[in-house]
Design a protein around this ligand. Structure first.
Ligand SMILES: [Zn+2]
Length: 475
């Protein structure tokens, strides 16, 4: 049996130092909680200023690096004309996050030779004290990371498409966003941390004071109080006019009772993407397990998206009507994404709660041919999100996940006699077997076949651990 998602091994083998909370809990699970915010007028202004400061800081570093690179390459060219292979005399800049933070701090505090000089003769960035200093530091880290990706790509150390020099952040072109770290060691009591819930409906952020949050916060507050969740950082993003906070951090593993539920289905369960339904689940014995609907809801949401797009196309550029149409389109986009996420969360939680072993298809999204059929494209997008959620939730709940290889003909195989039909197209909703006479719903047939899939000895699949990926991206 191939354990793709080791239950404890994944935690033990990770080369990270164990993190303990103030109650002595081991925190090893990367978790993010999201809340929509309801900021007051002053907070809204400050949010916009912080997002602006992030753009400003990133651009500051990019401009310095670009000027340095240009100067060095110009020098190198003039040197090579003389036939002398000397190093340019302009020293290269360090692109590390550490040196970026130091350079920017000195620059904005007026301690550097090229610090800005103000009208009253003082030096440094005038508005620096209005904002949390973390906005600048996190932006410096982001700039360093973007440059590192570019450098790694240039050295040929990065797979995938080549990464160019990072883009300058233009206002109105990038999503307004910034990050604040919760600058507290995990062992400190939650009440003394800079980012904390001051009451059930308010999140306290440095320089902002308590910001009103929408939705129930009981679960996350309880986890923080019990030392089962430690917030590393709060990322604030404005989407379709609304500010959202993402609290990223580390949590304790789920309780043993959650990880080893007694009423779980013992037989492996296959999850197939549906075209009419969101997904169809069946077990290896051929019993239908669950069918998650929802594609109709998504289809309706997508229809309103089309209507909003058409309305935008009819407006005059620069007009008030265009602004309104654009806001409507953004809102509809947000609604479609939220609907999809909600449906998929419900399905993935139910599946993970009720089975012990589950089999999913390997969805190589990058290699997937874009499907023009509306319903299929909805199910493609939802299925990609579903596999992502199933993978991390399965790890949390101690459920084994097997990923069937892409060439496994789950739809074309007869789940009764095993014969493979090669003439099955997407529009055929019912699978009928010419050999044994089985007539079965197409998606159900595929789910049963998936449930019966066994890994070949040689084809060990390694999965990217979501926890590790998240930890790296928030480090
Ligand atoms: Zn058959």
């Amino acid at each position: 049996m191939l354990h793709l998602v080791p239950i404890l091994g994944a935690v033990a083998s990770r080369p990270t130092i164990p993190i303990f909370s103030h109650t002595g809990q081991v925190l090893s699970r990367a978790v993010t909680f999201q809340f929509a915010l309801d900021p007051n007028v002053e907070q809204r202004t400050l949010l916009a200023k912080c997002a602006g400061a992030r753009r400003f800081t990133v651009n500051h570093h990019l401009a310095r690096v670009k000027a340095n690179l240009d100067a060095r390459s110009a020098e190198r060219e003039s040197l090579s004309e003389g036939g002398d292979p000397l190093e340019p005399s302009t020293p290269s800049l360090s692109w590390s996050a550490f040196s970026f933070i130091n350079e920017f701090n000195a620059w904005k505090n007026g301690e550097s030779v090229d610090s800005p000089v103000n009208e009253d003769g003082s030096r440094g960035l005038v508005w620096r004290h209005e904002l949390p200093s973390d906005v600048f530091e996190c932006a410096s880290v982001d700039a360093a990371r973007a440059l590192e990706n570019f450098a790694a790509s240039r050295r040929g150390e990065r797979s995938g498409a080549a990464v160019g020099f990072p883009r300058f952040q233009a206002k109105g072109k990038v999503t307004p966003s910034f990050r604040l770290r919760n600058r507290a060691t995990p062992g400190r009591a939650p009440a003394s941390q800079p980012v904390r819930f001051s009451d059930p409906s308010h999140l306290r952020l440095p320089k902002f004071g308590p910001v009103k949050v929408f939705g129930p916060t009981r679960k996350v507050r309880r986890m923080i109080d019990l030392g089962r969740f430690h917030v590393y950082s709060a990322t604030l993003t404005q989407r379709a006019g609304r500010w959202i906070v993402s609290l990223t951090g580390v949590a304790a593993e789920l309780h043993q009772a959650e990880r080893s539920r007694s009423n779980r289905h013992a037989v492996p369960v296959g999850v197939d993407r549906g075209i009419i339904s969101l997904c169809v689940v069946a077990d290896a014995n051929g019993a239908p397990f669950e069918r998650f609907e929802g594609v109709t809801t998504l289809k309706q949401a997508l229809q309103s998206l089309k209507a909003a797009n058409r309305a935008l196309a009819r407006t005059t550029p620069g007009s008030k009507g265009r602004q309104r149409a654009r806001a409507r389109l953004a809102k509809t986009h947000r609604k479609v994404a939220n609907t999809r996420r909600h449906l998929v969360h419900q399905a993935s939680k139910t599946i993970v709660d009720r089975c012990q072993v589950l089999v999913i298809e390997d969805l190589n999204v990058a290699g997937m041919v874009k499907n023009r059929h509306l319903a299929s494209s909805i199910s493609d997008a939802a299925m990609g999100e579903l596999s992502r959620q199933l993978l991390y939730k399965a790890r949390w709940h101690g459920v084994e996940v097997r990923v069937a290889d892409r060439w496994f003909p789950s739809s074309k195989t007869c789940s009764c006699c095993g014969v493979v039909r090669n003439d099955l197209d997407l529009s055929t909703r019912t699978y009928s077997c010419g050999v044994c006479g089985l007539v079965i719903d197409r998606d159900l047939n595929a789910a049963i076949n998936l449930a019966r899939w066994r890994p070949k000895e040689s084809s060990a699949v390694t999965l990217l651990e979501p926890t590790r990926a998240l930890l790296l991206s928030t480090a």
